[in-house]
Design a protein around this ligand. Structure first.
Ligand code: ATP
Length: 237
């Protein structure tokens, strides 16, 4: 049995639209897996079936995004794609996903990986401020946010939280008044985004090295269908 403060075979969950998956996602998952080491057995990338915060008009079908993600991480056995959000109806809320994980991974520590900008937006997520009751948040800096910004955001979100040691190498942590823990993990963030890839691909530009070759192959193979979806995205942008 592992508790919140004891090392053991936990699981790191990394959610996103993956429309399409790109090297930023894959590299972050690989580096997080390496640094968490024996704290986790693997990293689960969890494609969002129906993102609550995004305009979904340009979103590729769930099954296609899953296929792309599985192809992107196929050479990396320490990464796994979990399709559980495809089994629910309505908006795919992270809190519901973590509750599902808690039910199936009883006694294992759950970690949830997110960027610092999403961390600051947790109050806009459904039950966002309650997520640390379900998992430990692992926050990766984005856009120049450093430890100071993480500490300031943490104090705004959970007044009374205080710095504490982190079991994750190179990370710093805060303990929340109710005992939850959020980590700040300084991993590199590659300057690539799915929206930029979609725009470049639609414009006929070269997107090699921004996304794995297996994803490039799927884009070519289903060019017409994908173009139909992503054009909608441009029209709504
Ligand atoms: P979009 O440009 O369509 O908004 P995105 O590139 O931000 O998409 P998402 O699928 O929305 O990708 O993000 C999934 C997860 O990956 C989120 O937690 C997000 O913070 C993270 N992420 C996005 N871009 C990067 C990147 N370049 N490096 C590491 N993580 C990233």
């Amino acid at each position: 049995m592992t508790g919140p403060d004891t090392p053991g075979p936990g699981r790191l969950v990394f959610g996103g639209s993956f429309n399409p998956p790109h090297v930023g996602h894959v590299r972050l998952a690989v580096e997080a897996r390496e640094i968490l080491g024996p704290l986790v057995d693997r990293v689960d990338l969890v494609p969002c079936a129906c993102p609550p915060h995004k305009d979904n008009s340009g979103l590729l079908p769930f099954s296609l995004r899953v296929a792309m993600l599985e192809a992107a991480i196929a050479p990396l056995p320490q990464l796994h794609c979990n399709r559980l959000e495809g089994e629910r109806h309505g908006p795919s809320y992270t809190c519901d996903t973590l509750v599902c994980y808690k039910k199936t991974l009883t006694g294992h520590q759950l970690y949830f990986l997110l960027g610092s900008q999403d961390y600051a937006l947790l109050p806009t997520w459904r039950r966002g401020l309650e997520l640390p009751r379900l998992c430990q948040l692992v926050v990766v800096p984005r856009g120049g946010d450093g430890l100071d910004a993480f500490l300031a955001t943490s104090s705004t979100l959970w007044p009374g939280c205080h710095p504490c040691s982190s079991l994750i190498p190179t990370a710093q942590a805060v303990r929340l008044p109710d005992g939850g823990i959020c980590h700040f993990l300084p991993l590199p963030w590659l300057d690539v985004s799915a929206s930029r890839i979609r725009r470049a691909w639609l414009a006929g530009r070269d997107i090699r090295y921004l996304t794995p070759d297996a994803v490039l192959d799927m884009l070519s193979a289903q060019d017409e269908e994908i173009r139909t979806y992503w054009r909608n995205d441009i029209h709504h942008a």
